[in-house]
Design a binder for this molecule. Structure first.
Ligand SMILES: [Zn+2]
Length: 136
């Protein structure tokens, strides 16, 4: 097969000056194409991660919804407020007079209320406290 005379052939009848210029352009294109391929691979990876994260989020939301149905009505507003705080865990045990969320001492009156079964906010970190004996 004779490729000479074909303007798209890599061995077309070009002068050596044109070929030399073509080599420089090809080198530049090779760098650009390589970078573009790397970016495409990164986008593919990000897309796979996004699809996996979306799937996991849907699974978590399903689980969250079923657990939320078990929450007593009286705690719904408190839960919504705690969730907005994004201070995880937003509910902690009080152990030996201390909040296990922020490790600060709890006032005696609050300790008594917790032992009686109340839930109340830690005065320091605002996490919801319960008496550790309720965790059993
Ligand atoms: Zn605290």
């Amino acid at each position: 097969m004779n490729l000479r005379g074909d303007p798209h052939s890599p061995v077309a009848d070009d002068t050596s000056e044109e070929l030399g210029g073509g080599v420089l352009v090809l080198l530049e294109l090779a760098l650009i194409d390589h970078e573009a391929d790397q970016v495409h691979r990164s986008l593919d990876t990000l897309h796979e991660l996004m699809v996996a994260a979306q799937s996991k989020l849907e699974s978590i939301e399903t689980m969250r919804h079923s657990v939320l149905e078990r929450l007593p009505h009286g705690l719904a507003a408190r839960h919504a407020s705690l969730r907005r705080s994004k201070q995880y865990p937003y509910i902690c045990a009080a152990v030996a007079g201390r909040c296990t969320g922020c490790d600060t001492g709890i006032p005696t009156a609050l300790q008594r209320a917790l032992v009686e079964g109340r839930l109340d906010a830690c005065p320091t970190c605002q996490r919801l406290l319960f008496d550790h004996a309720m965790d059993r």
